[in-house]
Ligand binder design. Structure first.
Ligand SMILES: Cc1cc2nc3c(=O)[nH]c(=O)nc-3n(C[C@H](O)[C@H](O)[C@H](O)COP(=O)(O)OP(=O)(O)OC[C@H]3O[C@@H](n4cnc5c(N)ncnc54)[C@H](O)[C@@H]3O)c2cc1C
Length: 286
């Protein structure tokens, strides 16, 4: 099927883009980034936007820079930019490892990091990264710029704190200290499919015990999030099978799992214990 008719707009600057969004968002105007989620839904006529504001011609959005202790990822940066570490240290290595789980190569050459975070599919790997590491989302509109913290940003299935006239101009991830251990584990039936469950963990070790643990779960609930109950069982404890199993069980108990076309809630709850434990084991060996 072909998409329903729409008007196409191609701004050359961020200012032009947000002015267009101010004008067209009330008439179902949308940002077009990589098009890897939006265009298929238009082709199936599940989405029928009246206006598309194509941000691909805006050079300022292709910024990928490490500054003030953060990695700034502009809205034009595509998944494929992360094939190799974009920054020295654990964050660059983690992003390269996670990126390999996103879709297939041709999709990664078009789809964007910020597009994934704006789209907010529950099983998006970049959303899990943003939620677990505590990203800052930089939203631009004709009304100005605001920063949205990850804990306030993700609100439900494909639902975020972004307003319809806001452009997610940049996502900023904290650069991880050099001794940060990281682990990511995802389960799906076929490579490239959306995750049925995944976990991302980070921690450091001081005096033989884990400090600053972050445990994030994605693909299992309406949106990815950190699981405080699991983190509490890691902080101050030695890394190992006992603490990892306890944290994994806490993560499994804490979630409100989705049932969808892939599987049911009971399976997902069980899966979350497994992916969390495996991510922790991986982190222990980095
Ligand atoms: C077969 C297939 C498999 C896939 N598998 C995976 C997978 O395993 N994991 C995964 O995470 N993704 C997967 N995807 C989705 C892919 O990663 C998309 O690239 C991503 O979801 C959206 O990014 P995009 O740049 O293509 O956004 P678009 O498709 O252009 O836009 C998506 C939505 O976000 C909005 N939007 C985009 N950018 C912005 C912005 N900067 N500010 C405000 N709103 C914006 C658009 O208006 C639209 O509503 C898959 C896609 C396909 C087709």
């Amino acid at each position: 099927m072909k998409p329903a008719a729409f008007r196409y707009h191609a701004p050359g600057t961020i200012e032009e883009a947000v002015a267009m969004l101010a004008q067209y968002a009330p008439d179902d105007g949308r940002v077009l980034a990589g098009g890897q989620s939006l265009v298929p839904t238009m082709a199936f006529r599940l989405a029928r936007p009246h206006h598309l504001v194509d941000i691909n011609g805006i050079a300022d959005l292709r910024r990928l820079a490490s500054e003030n202790g953060r990695l700034a990822i502009g809205a034009g940066v595509r998944h494929q930019a992360f094939h190799r570490p974009v920054v020295a240290g654990p964050l660059g290595d983690l992003l390269a490892a996670v990126m390999r789980h996103i879709a297939h190569y041709p999709i990664r050459t078009r789809g964007t990091f910020c597009g994934s975070v704006a789209h907010a599919d529950p099983a998006s790997e970049w959303c899990l990264v943003a939620a677990t590491l505590g990203a800052e989302m930089v939203a631009r509109s004709a009304r100005g710029t605001r920063i949205i913290e990850a804990a306030d940003y993700f609100q439900g299935i494909m639902t975020t704190a972004l307003e319809p006239d806001e452009l997610l101009a940049e996502v900023r991830l904290p650069l991880l200290p050099a001794d940060t251990r990281t682990g990511f584990y995802e389960f799906n039936r076929r490579a490239g499919d959306f995750a049925m469950g995944m976990a991302l963990v980070t921690f450091r070790i001081a005096d033989g015990v884990m400090i600053e643990p972050h445990v994030g779960v994605g693909g299992a609930e309406t949106h990815p999030r950190r699981i405080a109950a699991a983190e509490a069982l890691l902080a101050g404890r030695a890394p190992g099978d006992a603490s990892f199993r306890a944290a994994a069980a806490a993560a499994s108990a804490a979630i409100d799992p989705l049932t969808d076309h892939q599987t049911n809630a009971e399976y997902r709850r069980d899966l979350v214990a497994t992916v969390t434990r495996r991510a922790l084991e991986q982190a222990a060996h980095t």
